[in-house]
Ligand binder design. Sequence first.
Ligand SMILES: Cc1ncc(COP(=O)(O)O)c(C=O)c1O
Length: 497
Amino acid sequence: MFFKKAIYLDNTATTRTRKEVASVINRYFSGIYGNPSSAHGSGLIARGSVEMARERIAKVLNCSSNELIFTGSGSEGNNTAIKGVLKAAGKYRHIITSRIEHSSILNTCKSLENEGVNVTYIGVDGQGRYDLNQLQHEIREDTALVSLSYVNNEIGTVQDMDRTCLIVKSKGVILHIDAVQALPYFDIDMTRLKADLVTFSGHKLYAPKGIGILYIREGTPIEAIISGGEQEFGLRSGTENVAYIVGLSKAIALNQIEKRKYVSSLVSRRDKLIEGVLNKVNGSILTGDPSNRAPNNASFCFKGLSGKMLVRQLSWYGIEVSSGSACSSPKNEPSHVLSACKISDDYINGSLRVTLGRYNTQKDINKFLKVLPELVCRMREQELSYNNNPVFISQEELKRKLNSGEAVQVLDVRPFNYPKFRIPGSICMPIWKLKSNLNRLNPKIETIVVCHQGDVVAPEAHQILSKKGFSNVKVLKGGLAGYIELDRVPYLIKRFG
Ligand SMILES: Cc1ncc(COP(=O)(O)O)c(C=O)c1O
């Protein structure tokens, strides 16, 4: 069951674009739509809008406007900073980052490792604070860049930026800071924050998704990673997203005006939420730094539970949160951040991240605090935790079974499915209808459970069926998305050659 108006407590993932920002943006879709690189009037107006937005943001960050380039996202900012600096670094082929970074840093570093770059991943303590002694010792002659973040997106730990900058800059190494989760809450003054490059993203502070900023201190050696029309001082080719750039400047300006009040109201609600959860739910721990944490972040681990399953169950109650566990893979691997913090085995898969925003009321928090303890109790009673890993079947194997007419029943448990995207002959029922509709299935026939892709509902269905005496249950590995792609390959080859 999906509620029309969910209680959204996932504001670190993204925020709703605020009305004032949306109305500014709208003007640029139909009225002021020129290309800023055009020489005519419409182009000049668009160019003026972009440059005014840049000036406005530069004022907030206390830097020069030509130290800011607009990007398409925080991820792009991180990629540009890391790859761009490395490209300009010549023989300096060593990077330092940490084990708890956002995937846009970690995967960028991994891809550079494949190209022969040396990467050192510094560790953290149990609360996710960087090991700054290790950082100091790992800086080498050939270190081209240190790339770390201000605030961790998963557990909300705020790092000691003054010490981090001091250590790196005293050794003369270029420092990149991912401040995507910091700008909404902390004053970022580029005369005080001694980093050389800083990444920001719009959708964490009520601007739309798909717009970001990379601050590049004047004189920092960096090369472009996108070639083309040389926009953004030659560092980010591509026609500027004028509407979103102007919208972002509006969001940042509003955030700056409201920041103090916003932060203090978040902190008081966050602390009540944390206290409520720790008091009401047995076997719960707070993750991250209890005192230096993002004002909106309340992240926990619950003993013996699957965080992903908890997220799904809460969603059925109309409450939207997220789990720190990066378990989009069927293996349900625990989060790299929680692993680095050495959260114990019986807690590590039960992570839940609740992140508040400007539109959350105390009523939302009360509802969450009412639903969560009951749900955790029920899940523990029903042992819905992820104890047994299901048996998987590959897409090729299922295809072979179906084509050869073997007796299998395919059970599609996706919450929504469309006739076009179903396996022909499959029995479709959303996961929450499964228990009351078991009579539609034959427990003696091999049952293949399918969901969309790497989803937890299939393993959950596997568990329900296994408990009800279905002896031969398998889960389609990779889910239906991959299965349909497999089906389409011959068609696509025929059509597009
Ligand atoms: C710390 C951090 N860095 C980078 C990003 C990527 O930003 P974007 O979603 O704009 O690509 C995120 C997004 O969640 C983040 O939390």
